[in-house]
Design a protein around this ligand. Sequence first.
Ligand code: MZP
Length: 499
Amino acid sequence: AYYYEEASRTFSEYLLVPNLTTKQCTPANVDLKTPISKFKRDEQPEIELNIPFTSAVMQAVSDDRMAVALAQNGGLAFLFGSQSIESQAEMVRKVKGYKAGFVVSRSNLTPDHTLQDVLDLKELNGHSTVAVTEDGTPTGKLLGIVTSRDYRISRDKLDKPVREFMTPFSSLIYGKAGLSLKEANDLIWEHKLNTLPVIDENQRLTHLVFRKDYDRNKEYPNELLDGNKRYRVGAGINTKDYLNRVPALVEAGVDVLVIDSSDGYSEWQADTVKYVKENFNVKIGAGNVVDREGFLYLVQSGADFIKVGIGGGSICITREQKGIGRGQASAVQEVVKARDEYFEETGVYIPICSDGGIVHDYHVTLALAMGADFVMLGRYFARFDESPTKKLKVGGNFVKEYWGEGSNRARNWERYDTGGKQTLLFEEGVDSYVPYAGSLKENLDKTLGKIKSTMCNCGSLSIAELQRKARITLVSATSLVEGGAHDVILKENTSFSAD
Ligand code: MZP
């Protein structure tokens, strides 16, 4: 047998050592943009994320609602694959249909319907109409509004209803005629108005169409801001039914695929990647691997990014059940080294995703500093309102359910299959609760704030700069104790009697 000289290490065993923080190195100046698909030296990646966060390919984490919420915040969800091809493709369609120009609605509108008909449709509540401009940009000439996949209303039909649906909010905007469409949209979003801006030939705001069923206390998606672009969405696939699943997902409009497997260093993965690359123009990530050999094997089969991590997931018992895996920090470090050497040799940069085992927010910063380009999180996102699972009260506290793809509950045998019977012979994951934490945006903003602040401590304004400059130290068991509150009596754990 081959013995690794270094022990398997986890993120908690490391700390970042600060570099000089220059005056322009403030959180507001930090850019978290990151590549998700391979690109050549001196070229731009085709797909980038605005924040280095993706959500796990899991039933308890990534459905269409999570995908929209995460995309709105700059990340990407990978819709869970342990469902029928039809339902996964339908989720993709919902996410893609959600954004600019398309309405989440099954209504059978035809070009003969009037605006009144549209406004009366209850199911359009909150998502009814979107401005369509000639060139698809926010400042382009307005052609009309789209109310369902293929339904448009011409400008002349708008004029009458406009007056009828004016509301008190109109005063906020009414004095603002002359704004560009982009400025009008900013204002609409700022005031949470469900309105449609109408612009004149000079591309300036003339008036707004209001919705009579608008609920000002509700959060509406900023449908009019990102132009005629739609949200990006990813989806997990497996190496068993890809001949049917991939065409359906691509037809539904998926942007990025990832092969979801607990051990990706296999000929099945190479076959799947090759099939996708030969037949479709869609990005595909592969994994999971934890070493140089696995990385190179999947890159040579054509993968666009590589996912790293075996056995580190919070719900994962693979290491206990099978004794395979590797500490997440060690795995990331070795794969990153192989990636950097590959880049030197070939001029092709392969983004790396660190998947599983992120417990504290600083683990994300460490993963990035060690060379990962983005992270994948399950437990983190499962805690939020937007995850697909039930919120329950257990022992006086609110929790959300969170179960592994290798648990009997998920029955995702495809993720663990190494040939043989098409069934989950033994569990590799648990069914659990995680503390309920509220809304995705609120929590993510806090996490991003911490990451940006730490990057400033490390004198870095981008992830690439952090990767170059980071200085990382191993911590001893005793200095771990020093890192928490110690040698004090914490007030929150103390109860005093009155006398
Ligand atoms: P975490 O963010 O909860 O620590 O880990 C999430 C990751 O654990 C997933 O992205 C996936 O790679 C992995 N996972 C999902 N289900 C199981 C399981 O049942 C698992 N063992 O290990």
